[in-house]
Ligand binder design. Structure first.
Ligand code: KIV
Ligand code: ZN
Length: 522
C-alpha cells in the first residue's frame, strides 16, 4: 500500500481519459495530443495516468512509451488482457516511467466466463498465472475483474483473493456496464474488505460507467465504504454514456468535505483548461449543463438568481469559478491589444504558447478582431485549437473559397485547394452551402472515406460569433477527426473537413473498433 493511500483520508485519482476515454467511438487523439494531455494530467496532480493499451496498435504502444518517458510525478499505467503477450507488451511500454504500473484484467461474470470458455477453476488458474507474471516484471500491479458488479459475490471474493496472493497491489472493481447503484457499490467494497484475506494490504479502486447516470454517486459511495482510488476521465469521456467524471468526484469531495472528508492531490484550478483541451482534441463537445465544466455551470439567467448572486454570490453558487480555473475577468480583447497582452491572456487561460505558436495565434487574433467587435476568452481558446489543428506543411490547404447560397438552390461553391503543393480549382454544387463545399473538396481530392459526424457549435453569443466545427471520417476501419473555428460557419466546416482529410493522408487515425476486445482474455 502506498504512503498516500495509508492515510485514510487520501483518495488516489486514476485518470483513464487516454485509455477508456479514448476508447469512445470517434474520440481519436493524435500522438502529440496524447502527450500533451498526459503532461497536463501530471501537472494537475493525477496520481495514476492510464496512458493506453499498448498491444492494441503500434500507435498505442508508441504513445504509452513516450508518455512513460516524459512522466514526472504520476504513475504511468498500461492496460493488458490476461495473457503473457499483452502483459509483456505493456511492460515494454510502461517500463520507461519512473513509476510504472501494469493493469491486467479479465471478465469474471458468468456472461464473460462463457465468452472466454473458461470455467470458474480455469479462470482462477489464469488469474494466478497472469498476475504473477505481471508482478515478476513490475512491483506495481493492478488487477480488475471486469463486470465485477455482475459477478457472483462468492466467486468475486475468490478471484480477488487469488489476485492478491499472486501479487496484485491494487484491486479495481469495475462496474463495466454502469449497472450498479450507490448502496450496492458501497456494499460490494465493504464485503470484499471484510471477507477477502489480504484485503487490508492492497488498495481497492472503483471504476464506474455512467449508463444510468450514477457513476459519480457510485464512485463516491465506494470511497465511503473503503475504496481509496477512483478511476475517472476528464469530462466523463468514455464509451456509451462515459465514465465517472474526474471533475465531478474531485469537486464533490472538496465542496462537501464536511460529509466526505477525503483529500486528493488535484490542483482544481487546472480542471477547466484540461476539460477544454480534452473536448477539443477528442472532438466531444461538453454539454452546456454538464456539472462543473459545462458552459452554463456558473451562468445565472433567471432574474431571482442574478439578483441573489449580485447580493451574495453564495446564494446560488456552491463553488467559485476560479476554483476550477475559470477566470472571473472575461475581459474582451480588441484589435488594439498587443502581443504581450495576448501572451498574458493565454497564460491566464492555461496556455503556455511558444514563440512560433504565439506568432501564428496573434496574426489570426488580429484578423478576428478586425471582423468581430469583441474577442472573448472562448474565441481565443478556439483560435489556439484551430492553429494547432492545422500546419503549414499540410497536404491539403484551403486557398480560396466563394459560396453562392440563398433560397433558390442548388448552392454553389468555388474552391481553390492546394493538393500536395499544386493549386486546383473547381466549381461544385450541392444541397446547401456546406454540401456544395464538401462536394468541391471531394472532386479535387477524391477519397472513399465516410462522413460519420458533422457538428457545429457557436463559441460565444451573437451573430458575429465564431463557430467551431467537428468532422469525423472513417475509412477501412479507422477514424479521423478534424476541427476548425471561424466566424464564417461554412469556412470553418471546409477547414474542419480538410483537417480530417489531412490526418487521413498522414495516417493519423485510430482503429474504429478499438483492438480492445474487452471480453476476450486472449
Ligand atoms: O470498464 C471496465 O471494465 C474496464 C476494464 C478494462 C477495467 O475498463
Ligand atoms: Zn471501463
Amino acid at each position: 500500500m502506498t504512503d498516500a493511500a495509508k492515510a485514510q483520508d487520501h483518495v488516489l485519482i486514476f485518470d483513464t481519459t487516454l485509455r477508456d476515454g479514448e476508447q469512445s467511438p470517434g474520440a481519436t487523439m493524435s500522438h502529440d495530443e496524447k502527450l500533451e494531455i498526459a503532461g497536463l494530467l501530471d501537472e494537475m496532480g493525477v496520481d495514476i495516468i492510464e496512458a493506453g493499451f499498448p498491444i492494441a496498435s503500434e500507435g498505442d504502444f508508441a504513445a504509452v512509451s513516450d508518455i512513460a518517458r516524459n512522466s514526472r510525478n504520476s504513475v504511468i499505467c498500461g492496460l493488458a488482457r490476461a495473457n503473457f503477450a499483452d502483459i509483456d507488451r505493456c511492460w515494454e511500454a510502461v517500463k520507461h516511467a519512473a513509476k510504472p504500473r501494469i493493469h491486467t484484467f479479465i471478465g469474471t461474470s458468468p456472461l464473460h466466463r462463457d465468452i472466454t470458455a473458461l470455467d470458474q477453476e480455469g479462470m482462477i488458474e489464469k488469474i494466478a498465472a497472469t498476475v504473477a507474471h505481471a508482478r515478476n516484471l513490475c512491483d506495481n500491479v493492478q488487477w480488475s475483474p471486469m463486470d465485477a458488479t455482475r459477478t457472483e459475490h462468492e466467486y468475486l471474493c475468490r478471484v480477488v483473493e487469488t489476485a492478491i496472493k499472486a501479487g496484485a497491489t491494487t484491486i479495481n472493481i469495475p462496474d463495466t456496464v454502469g449497472y450498479t447503484a450507490p448502496r450496492e457499490s458501497a456494499d460490494l467494497i465493504r464485503m470484499l474488505l471484510e471477507r477477502v484475506p489480504g484485503a487490508d494490504r492492497i488498495v481497492f479502486a472503483t471504476h464506474c460507467h455512467n449508463d444510468l447516470g450514477m457513476a459519480t454517486a457510485n464512485s463516491l459511495a465506494a470511497v465511503e465504504a473503503g475504496a481509496r482510488q477512483i478511476e475517472c476521465t476528464i469530462n466523463g469521456l468514455g464509451e456509451r454514456a462515459g465514465n465517472t467524471a474526474l471533475e465531478e468526484v474531485v469537486m464533490a469531495m472538496r465542496v462537501r468535505n464536511d460529509i466526505m472528508p477525503y483529500q486528493t492531490g488535484i490542483d482544481t484550478t487546472k480542471i477547466m483548461h484540461l476539460s477544454r483541451r480534452v473536448s477539443q482534441v477528442s472532438g466531444f463537445a461538453v454539454q452546456y449543463n454538464k456539472a462543473v465544466v459545462g458552459k452554463n455551470a456558473f451562468l445565472h439567467e433567471s432574474g431571482i438568481h442574478q439578483d441573489g448572486v449580485l447580493k451574495n454570490v453564495q446564494t446560488f453558487e456552491i463553488m467559485r469559478p476560479e476554483d476550477i480555473g475559470l477566470t472571473s475577468k472575461n475581459i474582451a480583447m480588441g484589435k488594439h491589444s498587443g502581443r504581450a497582452a495576448l501572451r498574458a491572456k493565454m497564460a491566464e487561460l492555461g496556455y503556455d504558447l511558444g514563440d512560433n505558436q504565439l506568432k501564428d495565434v496573434f496574426v489570426r487574433f488580429k484578423a478576428l478582431a478586425d471582423r468581430k467587435k469583441e474577442v472573448y476568452d472562448d474565441d481565443l481558446i478556439a483560435l489556439v485549437a484551430d492553429t494547432s489543428a492545422s500546419g503549414g506543411d499540410d497536404h491539403l490547404q484551403v486557398r480560396k473559397l466563394r459560396v453562392v447560397c440563398g433560397t433558390e438552390g442548388p448552392q454553389e461553391a468555388e474552391l481553390t485547394l492546394a493538393v500536395g503543393g499544386e493549386e486546383k480549382f473547381v466549381d461544385a454544387t450541392g444541397d446547401g452551402p456546406v454540401d456544395a463545399c464538401f462536394n468541391a473538396v471531394k472532386m479535387l481530392y477524391p477519397h472513399s472515406a465516410k462522413l460519420d459526424l458533422y457538428q457545429v457549435s457557436a463559441v460565444t453569443e451573437g451573430t458575429d460569433a465564431q463557430a467551431t466545427v467537428s468532422v469525423r471520417l472513417s475509412r477501412d476501419g479507422r477514424v479521423y477527426t478534424g476541427q476548425s473555428a471561424d466566424t464564417d460557419t461554412v469556412v470553418a466546416s471546409v477547414k474542419a473537413y480538410v483537417n480530417a482529410l489531412n490526418r487521413m493522408h498522414a495516417g493519423q487515425g485510430r482503429a474504429n473498433n478499438s483492438a480492445l476486445q474487452t471480453s476476450a482474455a486472449g
